[in-house]
Unconditional design. Structure first.
Lengths: 90, 234
């Protein structure tokens, strides 16, 4: 068994108005940063996974994302898995 | 009629919901979220308002996996009447018993005030004592009440008459100004396709006596009462 670290990003679906992102975008523009736009606010989740290989770890995390960590009705998620011991991408 | 009100860690309207349910002369009992069975003879389950599990992750996301929710799902799927108020509505959406979901209010503020609701369907167990188009005055108190769903879901629930309440003015006009949270189509409450599960963001239990400023919320409990009494007679 190896230990992997999963890095998960959950954001509202593109079709849904992200009001926090809009508010931050307005603040950036009022700070004279007009080049910045399309701000999306999401959640960052990190967790450890015990698994024999990276594919199994990925599968376990995808299952957790679908069941609990995101709501597929209104959110999208992305998963990045790294081997924990070395900190090098597995 | 026997009503069970679930208490989750962080529920704060469970006692009010039990009180509201007794205004029409019913029994209301507390159901602890760790229970793995329901008492016999239950007619209605209420998931009350509050901040279950601190609203961590998403509103209702963790409560949805409380042990009692297996029984609530079984009860609902066998035709039992389930009412979710505020956080209860959020839990019902997370559990898949109701379509769509509830996210941060459009203006990013917690909104706590009386609103007006137009009754959009008066042939449900939750609204059978009020006439179609009646405007009720009931308070809201939430930060995550903006109802959203994919367009095809919105089209389906609108087409099926599953929108039960819409935010309106006192005269029944669904305007942007009368929408306290930016909900799509001013939606304040919906029922499932079968018609036995209802979720609403406003709090009928906080408007169940004139001394509270409005008794319009009684219509929900009185309708359930009439529906259950009629079912028993049949």
């Amino acid at each position: 068994m190896k230990t992997y670290t999963a890095s998960i990003t959950v954001t509202l679906r593109r079709a849904i108005l992200d009001v926090q992102g809009k508010a931050v975008e307005h603040a950036l523009h009022s700070l004279h940063m007009p080049a910045l736009g399309n701000v999306r606010i999401g959640k960052h989740i990190e967790l450890d996974v015990q698994a024999p290989d990276k594919e199994t770890a990925h599968g376990l995390v995808m299952d957790a994302c679908s069941k609990l960590l995101s709501n597929p009705v209104m959110e999208d998620f992305s998963v990045h898995i790294m081997e924990k011991a070395s900190g090098v991408p597995a | 009629m026997k009503i069970g009100v679930v208490t989750f860690p962080g529920s704060n309207c469970d006692a009010d919901a039990r009180y509201g349910a007794t205004v029409t002369g019913n029994d209301a009992i507390q159901l602890w979220h760790k229970e793995t069975s329901l008492p016999l003879g239950l007619d209605v389950i209420i998931l009350p308002g509050g901040f279950s599990y601190g609203d961590y992750l998403r509103t209702g996301a963790i409560a949805r996996f409380s042990p009692i929710m297996n029984e609530v799902l079984r009860f609902a799927n066998s035709g039992g009447l389930v009412l979710g108020i505020c956080n209860g509505f959020q839990i019902l959406c997370e559990s898949g018993l109701l379509p769509g979901g509830l996210i941060r209010n459009e203006n990013l503020s917690f909104v706590c005030k009386d609103v007006h609701l137009r009754v959009e369907n008066s042939v449900t167990p939750f609204s059978c004592t009020v006439k179609l188009g009646t405007v009720l005055r009931v308070p809201v108190a939430h930060g995550d009440g903006r109802f959203t769903a994919p367009q095809e879901t919105i089209d389906r629930i609108e087409g099926n008459g599953q929108v039960l309440y819409r935010y309106t003015t006192a005269t029944g006009d669904a305007t942007p100004e009368s929408n306290p949270n930016g909900s799509i189509h001013n939606i304040a409450g919906i029922i499932n396709e079968r018609g036995n599960v209802m979720g609403m963001m406003p709090h009928p239990e906080r408007a169940c006596e004139p001394i509270l400023g409005s008794a319009d919320g009684v219509s929900v409990f009185a309708s359930l009462d009439l529906h259950v009494a009629h079912s028993i007679l049949i």
